[in-house]
Design a protein around this ligand. Structure first.
Ligand code: NG6
Ligand code: CA
Length: 513
């Protein structure tokens, strides 16, 4: 079972590789996703940020393909991750919106996932970091003091060490292979998204206990002086320390790489940076001059550097594909008074793009993206239209795995685009915002369908892209989506609206006339 899928790619390899001594290496490169949280296109110096320097990411970009038109499939975490791990647009499924920390597992065990695909190719698979796709069978029914089932081992991951949801949602603990890590059985943990546990303080009632005040929401249970979304009680020994999350997750990622250095592995390393609450470790606190948000960008860059150094140290540098990206665009004030707004200065987290996290405008899903495969992929900057949805079909093609019928229905094989050879990429891509309104982008145009919802999210200060009227932007001359030209080009509007309707219908892959 394990060796069969390897035959095809071996035949396709150029001779010097096929005859290489370390044979398994050329056939089955390790794959690491470094998947940031809420880091915008403009947050990294490789993409032109001047106010912040992220040298490790810059080096990765200099050694790989840096994409300027790469997208997550949605402008928030849960649907973006759902799409990336299943190869299906999240808007096709109910229940794929931003998940609570006690949500049931959204990707059900019978789904064929990206991790299953790697498994089939003979890889050991690991997920470390932010999860945010639910755990257990049904919402609110998890046994946080025992084995939570189903868990990531039921959808293809051999090892997992995860935060159930987000840094700002309870339970504030790591879950290792379905069990809360470091839990003292004499101090059980309880979680609720309905009501508080008697006698427990909350941010709302006890602001005097807080070290960082919320700006909106985030006023329920208090953990480490920070009030969160949801209620929890107990589990003291298992609680994470916010200023150590990056260190811990990075160490776990490196452990995983070390343990599996002699076999092909896939690691999904999903950092908590730069999601709220932003609590940089002491090495980074105050270092960016931009407050905690800038500091955790430096911390993210450090995590990247540590992973790359480990690969070099272990001799895996040339035989590992590293893909770096982010789950959605940036947000400055996402619910805590952490001075991100006050200290932003001239920094543009979304780079030249309009909107941000939650938005249908480009900054919502046009995210940083780099693919590095030393020796196999020439350094380049690519403007190809690519999406994280396609990692599944593209990597399946690289590894010679044929996925079962019906798996990854929206994932397209754009391997040549990912490897920097094809500079066009997709003919079109659907983007999704927090209100589940959709847009479609092509090489030339972007059409935002009319939809309900406020045009502006005043809590976070971001334009949502929602409008009762159709919007059309000319992406050749107006990447910043400044001028709605729908009225001037009715035929283009009609064509793109038809195309979007077809994709919604499930008739995917039809080329635009
Ligand atoms: C929002 C939270 C925000 C963040 C987001 C999810 C409030 C007021 N805001 O509901 O802070 O947690 O959900 O972010 O609660 S994501 O990157 O995981 O999608
Ligand atoms: Ca996110």
């Amino acid at each position: 079972m394990k060796s069969i899928p390897l035959i095809l790619p071996l035949m396709a390899l150029p001779l010097p590789f096929a005859s290489h001594a370390a044979e398994r290496e050329s056939q089955t490169p390790n794959v690491i996703f470094i998947y940031a949280d809420d880091i915008g296109y403009g947050d990294l110096s490789c993409n032109g940020a001047k106010t912040i320097s992220t040298p490790h990411v810059e080096q990765l970009a200099a050694e790989g393909v840096r994409f300027t038109n790469a997208h997550s499939a949605a402008a928030t975490s849960t649907p973006a991750r759902y799409a990336m791990l299943t190869g299906e647009y999240a808007w096709r499924r109910q229940g794929t919106g931003i998940a609570d920390g006690d949500a049931g597992m959204i990707i059900r065990p019978d789904r064929y996932t990206l991790a299953d695909m790697f498994h089939e190719a003979g890889y050991t698979t690991g997920a470390i970091g932010k999860w945010h796709l639910g755990l257990g069978d049904k919402k609110g029914t998890q046994d946080w003091n025992g084995l939570i089932s189903p868990n990531l081992s039921d959808i293809g991951f051999d090892y997992s060490y995860i935060m159930a949801a987000t840094g700002d949602r309870v339970p504030c603990v790591f879950v290792e292979n379905g069990r809360v890590a470091n839990l003292d059985p004499d101090d059980p943990i309880y979680v609720s998204y309905q009501k508080n546990f008697p006698g427990e303080p909350t941010g709302k009632n006890n602001p005097e206990l807080l070290t960082m005040l919320p700006s909106h929401g985030h006023n329920q249970s208090i953990v480490n002086g920070i009030s969160r979304i949801g209620f929890m009680k107990g589990g003291k020994s298992a609680l994470w320390k916010d200023d150590r999350i990056a260190d811990e997750l990075t160490a776990k990622a490196i452990d995983f790489i070390e343990q599996h250095k002699n076999e092909p592995f896939f690691l999904y390393f999903a950092t908590q940076d730069a999601h709220v609450p932003r609590v940089p470790g002491p090495r980074f606190a105050g270092k960016s001059g931009m407050g905690p948000r800038g500091d955790v960008l430096l911390q993210f860059d450090w995590s990247v550097g540590e992973v790359m150094a480990a690969l070099k140290r272990l001799g895996l540098d040339e035989n590992t594909i590293v893909i770096l990206s982010s789950d959605n665009g940036p947000v400055v004030d996402d619910g805590y008074r952490d001075q991100a707004v006050e200290l932003l200065g001239n920094h543009k987290p979304g780079g030249p793009f309009r909107g941000g996290k939650y938005s249908l405008y480009e900054a919502g899903t046009r995210v940083p993206c780099i693919l590095r495969w030393t020796g196999r992929v020439q350094p380049a900057v690519s403007d190809a239209l690519v999406c994280q949805l396609d990692w599944m079909a593209s990597l399946a093609s690289l590894l010679g795995v044929s996925m079962p019928a019906g798996a990854a229905p929206d994932s397209e094989n754009w391997l040549d685009a990912w490897l920097g050879k094809d500079r066009q990429g997709r003919s079109s891509l659907v983007e999704q915002n927090a209100q589940n309104n959709l847009s479609i982008i092509t090489a030339d145009w972007k059409y935002l369908e009319p939809g309900e919802g406020s045009p502006y999210n005043s809590n976070v200060g971001i334009e949502t892209g929602n409008s009762p009227d159709p919007q059309l932007y000319d992406m050749r001359s107006d990447k910043g989506e400044t001028k709605n030209v729908a009225a001037q080009y009715p035929a283009v509007v009609e064509e793109l609206a038809r195309k979007l309707a077809e994709i919604k219908d499930g008739r995917v892959g039809l080329p635009l006339e």
